[in-house]
Design a protein around this ligand. Structure first.
Ligand SMILES: *[C@@H]1O[C@H](CO)[C@@H](O)[C@H](O)[C@H]1NC(C)=O
Ligand SMILES: *[C@@H]1O[C@H](CO)[C@@H](O)[C@H](O)[C@H]1NC(C)=O
Ligand SMILES: *[C@@H]1O[C@H](CO)[C@@H](O)[C@H](O)[C@H]1NC(C)=O
Length: 473
């Protein structure tokens, strides 16, 4: 009997080993063709023209930005739209929600059943904001903040050797990355004004830039904010708990460098974890990222989402969120000595969100969002001097933080209304630039020097003052 059990155990052990070895291969065979696709190939696979631009910031970080153009509009003027992702995400989140491309008004809207939408077999419409905007004639730019999968390079530092590379938080994304990307888009398209659409951290960095350098209010028009993050000291306890976990933060600071980078554990994560009935792990990650509404989630597509997220950031960026929870909305606290050198006082200065020009701001928010629910929106309204131009509360009471990107009805509740807002903002050309040189690489444009090709490093004019948060007021 004992012998038999031993034998069985051995068989179990063997089959377990065997399964462990071959299961990634089995799952790989069944994996979704949309998993792990490089951005340009993904964009082109939907029939769009894709370009990759490398942009160097004033402090030497090399960012990669992806551009989407619909072939229908290749030789027509297209209003520039900048899409800015949130924490641990990448520009890909704006194009991977559903299979296919823009698909707006292509499917019969009548078939849509808003009550039983999660049971509906009809594909949802307009769920991929990047493609949807391209379909409607916009010049779409998907930004990637420093330190994520696509923007991990520097003119002098080596990201995986120099810890110094990872010495940044969203302060730098606001004051170095955004100005560099904005100026590059202006230079390539010849347009003065750019439509800005940000999600989560993408709203926070817009707030920081626009309050610190008010001149950007005449460039970013409109500013569309999905789940605006302004002051997370009011954020729900559950999230606070994670963000203020001392052990976790100590570990993070010890790591110092990349946090949840794409290449390492995530390479295994989607196929092995998501696709093998351990979906709840993926769902929990989405939960931590600000909430999840299972009714809005296409669970079958989780492996696709998790082949692109989390897309990495610096540990220091996370620590900044912890500081925001404990000490309010301020610049990064480097400790008294370095604060003195950087800011001229021992405490980091507060953000001056009360200075924001809200005349072209539109905010989308939802009740069930852990980062930006009704309470947080009250705090946002108290902080702002004037109310935003418009506010949309998502009608689904369970709508949450990640649903703005991955909700089955993102097309209906978010992306459709965004199109409506954008239509009110025509193209505005820079002096000396106009409809003839709208900057596609079709060979048709009359761009001034240098003549650049997709994927090439483009030298552009200087765009911004050095990092100098103002201390008065
Ligand atoms: C990083 O940037 C440098 C300088 O522009 C370039 O030579 C190098 O090929 C880049 N490395 C990667 C991995 O893109
Ligand atoms: C859900 O995701 C799967 C896998 O990518 C896809 O085949 C399916 O069409 C998606 N369903 C909807 C309604 O978008
Ligand atoms: C953030 O919220 C806290 C608590 O409600 C408040 O004391 C603080 O003044 C707020 N900070 C800003 C910059 O709005």
């Amino acid at each position: 009997m004992v012998y038999k059990i031993n034998k069985y155990l051995n068989i179990y052990q063997w089959s377990f080993l065997l399964l462990t070895i071959i299961s990634p291969l089995i799952v790989k065979c069944e994996s979704d063709p949309d998993e792990f696709v490089p951005p340009l190939i993904y964009i082109q696979s939907r029939g769009y023209t894709g370009e990759s631009h490398y942009i160097t910031t004033d402090d030497g970080y090399i960012l990669q930005v992806h551009r989407i153009i619909s072939p229908k509009y290749l030789n027509l003027p297209r209003k520039a739209a900048l899409l800015q992702h949130g924490l641990l995400l990448s520009g890909m989140v704006f194009i991977i929600n559903s299979p296919g491309g823009g698909d707006y008004f292509h499917g019969p809207v009548e078939n849509h059943d808003p009550v039983n939408h999660y049971r509906s077999r009809h594909p949802e419409i307009g769920n991929n904001l990047g493609f949807l905007l391209a379909d409607h004639g916009y010049d779409v730019w998907l930004a990637n903040s420093r330190g994520n999968t696509y923007s991990t390079n520097h003119t002098k530092l080596s990201p995986f050797q120099d810890k110094k590379y990872w010495e940044f938080s969203f302060d730098e994304m606001a004051l170095y990355d955004l100005p560099a990307v904005i100026s590059h888009i202006q230079y390539v398209t010849g347009q003065k004004e750019i439509a800005y659409i940000g999600h989560s951290q993408g709203t926070a960095i817009a707030f920081v830039l626009l309050s610190e350098r008010p001149q950007y209010a005449s460039i970013l028009k409109p500013v569309i904010l999905l789940a605006p993050i302004m002051n997370i000291s009011t954020t729900k306890d559950a999230l606070k708990h994670v963000l203020t976990d001392e052990e976790l933060m100590k570990d993070l600071l010890k790591v110092g460098g990349p946090l949840l980078p794409h290449a390492s554990l995530l390479e295994l994560f989607p196929e092995v974890v998501c696709a093998t009935k351990l979906l709840y792990i993926c769902e929990n990650v989405l939960q931590i990222m600000g909430g999840l509404n299972v009714a809005q989630l296409n669970v079958t597509r989780l492996p696709v989402y998790f082949s692109y997220i989390p897309a990495g950031t610096s540990a220091k960026n996370f620590v900044h969120y912890k500081q925001m929870v404990l000490k309010g909305a301020r610049y990064f606290d480097h400790g008294p000595e370095k604060n003195m050198a950087m800011y001229g006082k021992s405490e980091p200065p507060e953000f001056h969100f009360d200075r924001l020009d809200t005349s072209n701001m539109v905010m989308f928010w939802s009740e069930n969002d852990l980062f930006c629910g009704a309470e947080e929106m009250d705090a946002v309204r108290r902080t702002l001097r004037r109310p935003p131009m418009a506010e949309y509360r998502i009608p689904d009471p369970l709508w949450s933080h990640m649903d703005f990107l991955f909700g089955r009805q993102a097309g209906r509740f978010v992306n459709g209304p965004i199109l409506g807002i954008l239509k009110r903002y025509p193209i505005s050309w820079l002096p000396g630039r106009g409809p003839q040189n709208h900057g596609s690489f079709s060979g048709h444009s009359n761009l001034p020097t240098p003549a650049h090709k997709p994927g090439q490093l483009i030298n552009k004019p200087k765009y911004s003052r050095p990092y100098q948060p103002s201390l008065n007021g």
